[in-house]
Write a protein that binds this ligand. Structure first.
Ligand SMILES: Nc1ncnc2c1ncn2[C@@H]1O[C@H](COP(=O)(O)OP(=O)(O)OP(=O)(O)O)[C@@H](O)[C@H]1O
Ligand SMILES: [Mg+2]
Length: 145
């Protein structure tokens, strides 16, 4: 069994574009501070940032739970929001329901979820329409394990 070394939970508020990305930045500083390999830091930050942005853009409220074990990094992003009707579609590169306003801010390429999945060693997406969405990611510390 993996031993849990560190656990942190962050709140993310829907529509709060001013604070968007803050959690991903905090997680980046934390991982750098404990000397995690820069490639792993990068992958974790991509996952955290894209998932955080999706909460800001589409959901009402969410939490990002970060867990470091002696074997891996785990991120669980759970939100209350509209949920996702068609998960396969949402995971398709280029699919986006972002508004024009979001696109003007540089979002809405439909690349967030595909990039989260690419950067994960294990990826899960569960969603219930009208209730919310949970993204679960695991990134191994030792790529050869
Ligand atoms: N947490 C969520 N709640 C509800 N719908 C979501 C959520 N995350 C993603 N979606 C839906 O899945 C689509 C694809 O998400 P994805 O992150 O891949 O792209 P995007 O957010 O539209 O654009 P980008 O991430 O490139 O800025 C979104 O447009 C949205 O319709
Ligand atoms: Mg996105």
């Amino acid at each position: 069994m993996a031993e849990e070394l560190l656990r942190k939970t962050y709140q993310v508020h829907g529509r709060d574009f001013d604070k968007a990305g803050e959690t991903a930045t905090e997680i980046k500083q934390l991982l750098k501070g404990i000397g995690i390999d820069s490639d792993l830091v990068h992958r974790t930050v991509v996952v955290a940032f894209e998932a955080e942005m999706n909460v800001v853009m589409y959901a009402t409220e969410g939490t990002i739970t970060f867990v470091l074990t002696d074997e891996d990094i785990r991120l669980e992003i759970a939100d209350k929001g509209p949920g996702i009707e068609d998960i396969d579609m949402a995971l398709t590169e280029g699919f986006s329901t972002a508004t024009n306003e979001m696109r003007e801010m540089g979002f809405g390429f439909g690349m967030g979820l595909p990039n989260i999945r690419k950067n994960s060693d294990d990826f899960g997406l569960e969603s219930e329409v009208g209730v919310g969405t949970t993204v679960s990611v695991m990134i191994r510390l030792d790529a050869s394990a």
